[in-house]
Write a protein that binds this ligand. Structure first.
Ligand SMILES: [Zn+2]
Length: 61
């Protein structure tokens, strides 16, 4: 039973509204919001971090 709960989390607040930075998982403040490539980051630094980390697997350069 506990496995079903882990696989299907009923309480998923950050599904539609993205309020957390995908890079550092911190809540993004409106004033510091940095929108890039359809995602919100808390700062440009985090965007660069996410962009680099996300493409590391795809682009092997
Ligand atoms: Zn961040």
């Amino acid at each position: 039973m506990s496995q079903a709960q882990a696989a299907k989390p009923e309480a998923a607040p950050a599904e539609e509204k993205q309020t957390n930075c995908p890079a550092c998982s911190k809540p993004i403040k409106r004033l510091k919001k940095y929108y890039r490539n359809g995602k919100n980051y808390c700062s440009k630094k985090c965007w660069l971090k996410s962009a680099k980390g996300g493409q590391e697997n795809k682009e092997a350069k």
